[in-house]
Design a protein around this ligand. Sequence first.
Ligand code: SF4
Length: 181
Amino acid sequence: MSNIEEKAGQSGKSMDCAKRKADRPARPVRILVSACLMGASCRYDGADNGREEVQALGQRAVLVPFCPEIYGGLMTPRMPSEIRDGGVFAKDGRDVTHQYMRGAAEALKMAQLLGCQAAVLKERSPSCGSHQIYDGTFTGTRIDGMGVTARLLAEHGLRIFSEEETEDCLRWIEEQGSERR
Ligand code: SF4
């Protein structure tokens, strides 16, 4: 085979490869979601926080339900907990910081394993809150802050949305699609 034929063969192969790449459907966006927002009864009191607008994101992205408190080793139902003095404490005073940190680490592991680029998390939870949490006095007082899992995921580059920001999340999903085209 002449050099020219060899080069033509190589360039044909790379064109085929480029075409195959262009034909290949874009990999769907994957998003970690607080399992309680998907309808799982994993809230501290055994209830769920099911939100239709969050579940509907599943039409545009692959949703990965995850509950960091369960993966951290806590039971359902369980004592409510809040963040104070850099730790997490149950209402009876028990220090549950370790379980919360373990749940956050498991959430990060799952997100990285499955290639999740974003998370939609339940606002005000000591694990999942992304803008607000309770102040540690168990009086229903809200303060600005993040839950343990939301903070760890954000520190590792995931885009974090609360269940109150599904419109923003939809726009972000659109942007990811257009970046891949
Ligand atoms: S830890 Fe997160 S996912 Fe689990 S019940 Fe609380 S808010 Fe929902």
